[in-house]
Design a protein. Structure first.
Length: 133
């Protein structure tokens, strides 16, 4: 950091000598995380924590729904077991169904996120223009 600041001072002096600046400007270095967060690091971390908690609640809800569905399918599993399907086969079936649901959820979440990343800035500019007028 000290070496970079020294180089920054040298560059600033060279710009002044070459006449690229009309008045003396002070150049400063700011760490990237501070530049990106703008001093709101604790708020952003809190939002990430809340978002993670909401995702955890959603995962628990989906797990509960899958367990409830599996318990209602108990007669089906009993019949399959009677016909010769082993436990590993039944577990693989449930895991395959859960994997398909997870992939569908992931794909739809990614599509929604991509759409929102493109739409929200446009919506923000529309709202700002409506409020300014």
């Amino acid at each position: 950091m000290k070496q970079a600041l020294a180089q920054l001072r040298v560059i600033s002096e060279q710009l002044i000598e070459l006449g690229h600046t009309q008045r003396r400007r002070i150049l400063a270095m700011v760490p990237l995380h501070e530049q990106v967060t703008g001093g709101q690091r604790s708020v952003i971390l809190l939002l990430f924590g809340c978002t993670g908690f909401v995702v955890l609640i959603a995962c628990c809800n989906i797990t509960g729904l899958l367990l409830a569905k599996a318990s209602t399918r108990q007669p089906e599993f009993a019949i399959r077991g009677t016909l010769g399907a082993g436990r590993s086969r039944l577990v693989r079936q449930l895991l395959a169904e859960g994997f398909v649901l997870a992939m569908l959820g992931t794909g739809s979440g990614l599509l929604l996120a991509c759409w929102l990343v493109q739409t929200l800035p446009k919506l923000n500019s529309v709202l700002v223009n409506c409020c300014v007028k």
